[in-house]
Design a protein around this ligand. Structure first.
Ligand code: SF4
Length: 122
């Protein structure tokens, strides 16, 4: 009989603990930003994050030559013309990350530009 009371108490304590763990887990996920969504690109707002997409260490000499001949740059010198609004841009997997390009190899900055820029068609 005594064991049943202890067992019930133990059971209730465990249920309570599970509830607290559940709440704690939710709070922890929120604190980690698990449900926060940020825009993939913030450059147009003037709040461009400082990161670079110029690492060409994994590219062949020909691929590097292609980037250079098309004058790729991380910061577009042409107002309104950016990789992020180019038809050939491959969006970055997340905010503040480099994307790609269908034409040239290597990391591509959303605010970048090259001489093959083509207006993105929605
Ligand atoms: S073609 Fe040029 S402007 Fe367009 S995404 Fe590629 S690198 Fe950027």
């Amino acid at each position: 009989m005594e064991n049943k009371r202890v067992t019930r108490r133990d059971f209730l304590a465990r249920i309570g603990a599970l509830g607290l763990v559940g709440l704690g887990g939710s709070a922890l996920l929120s604190a980690c930003g698990g449900q926060q969504q940020q825009p993939a690109h913030q450059g147009m707002s003037g709040a461009t994050a400082e990161f670079s997409c110029t690492d060409v260490s994994g590219l062949t000499p020909e691929e590097i030559q292609m980037r250079e001949s098309l004058q790729y740059t991380d910061r577009s010198p042409e107002p309104g013309k950016y990789c992020h609004n180019c038809q050939l841009y491959v969006p970055a997997p997340g905010p503040n990350q480099c994307g790609g390009c269908q034409l040239i190899k290597g990391p591509i900055h959303p605010d970048g530009y090259c001489t093959s820029w083509v207006q993105k068609v929605s």
